[in-house]
Design a protein around this ligand. Structure first.
Ligand code: FMN
Length: 198
């Protein structure tokens, strides 16, 4: 069953109405035509942890690479994910009202492109060690962390749906390894500045 109504309301403010420190429309240097490409370039500078978001039930399972994952609150434990409505996992999340966020480590790089379109559907799960949770969502056995969520709210915006997940269970692996990051279109890992500077 599709989630018909968004639980949030949003308003958009015309750019012409915006002022920052009394300066009118600070973004006016970008023309409307340039803005989408500038936005893509800007987002390349937003470094993010690479995850695989999964969902499933007795009829099948779906998963895709996602970096649009954000903590919402600790009370209640909750997070939000951004999922394109064309993605296979969108249908699975919408139908089951559940999803799992699996945080990848640097040893999981071979899974990323297959789970971002190189392989399709069930074929993706031939890579990596996937188990099935009691809720029937798949999870990666050696993920840095797996967060098992129930969809508590959603908002359609543009091409994507933001799903708010109430976290019901968390699985953390002891020898998790280094978190895998996505930086400027490539893989990266995080090095503490203290280590770099000696
Ligand atoms: C590093 C990276 C991050 C991504 N993050 C997201 C994301 O947060 N949300 C999203 O909808 N797609 C994201 N994608 C794109 C999907 O993984 C990709 O379109 C995938 O093939 C969609 O699944 P489908 O083939 O089953 O439709 C990302 C891709 C990459 C390589």
């Amino acid at each position: 069953m599709a989630i018909a109504n968004s639980l949030w309301k949003h308003e958009t403010v015309p750019m012409d109405d915006m002022t920052v420190n009394g300066v009118e429309n600070p973004a006016s240097a970008s023309t409307t035509a340039e803005l989408p490409e500038q936005f893509r370039q800007a987002m390349r500078r937003l470094i993010a942890t690479v995850t695989i978001v999964t969902a499933g039930d007795e009829h099948g399972r779906a998963g895709m690479v996602a970096t649009a994952v954000m903590s919402v609150s600790a009370e209640p434990p909750s997070l939000v994910i951004g999922v394109n409505r064309d993605a296979g996992v969108w249908r699975a999340i919408t139908d089951t009202k559940r999803f799992t966020v699996n945080l990848l480590s640097t040893r999981h790089t071979p899974l990323v492109h297959p789970f971002a379109g190189q392989l399709q559907g069930e074929e993706r799960f031939t890579l990596g060690e996937w188990h099935t949770h009691a809720s029937l969502t798949p999870y990666l056995a050696d993920a840095v962390v797996s967060l098992f969520c129930r969809v508590d709210a959603s908002l359609d915006y543009g091409t994507h749906t933001l799903f708010v997940g109430a976290v019901e269970e968390i699985r953390m692996v002891d020898e998790a390894g280094e978190p895998l990051l996505w930086r400027d279109g490539s893989f990266a890992n995080a090095v503490p500045l203290d280590e770099l500077l000696g």
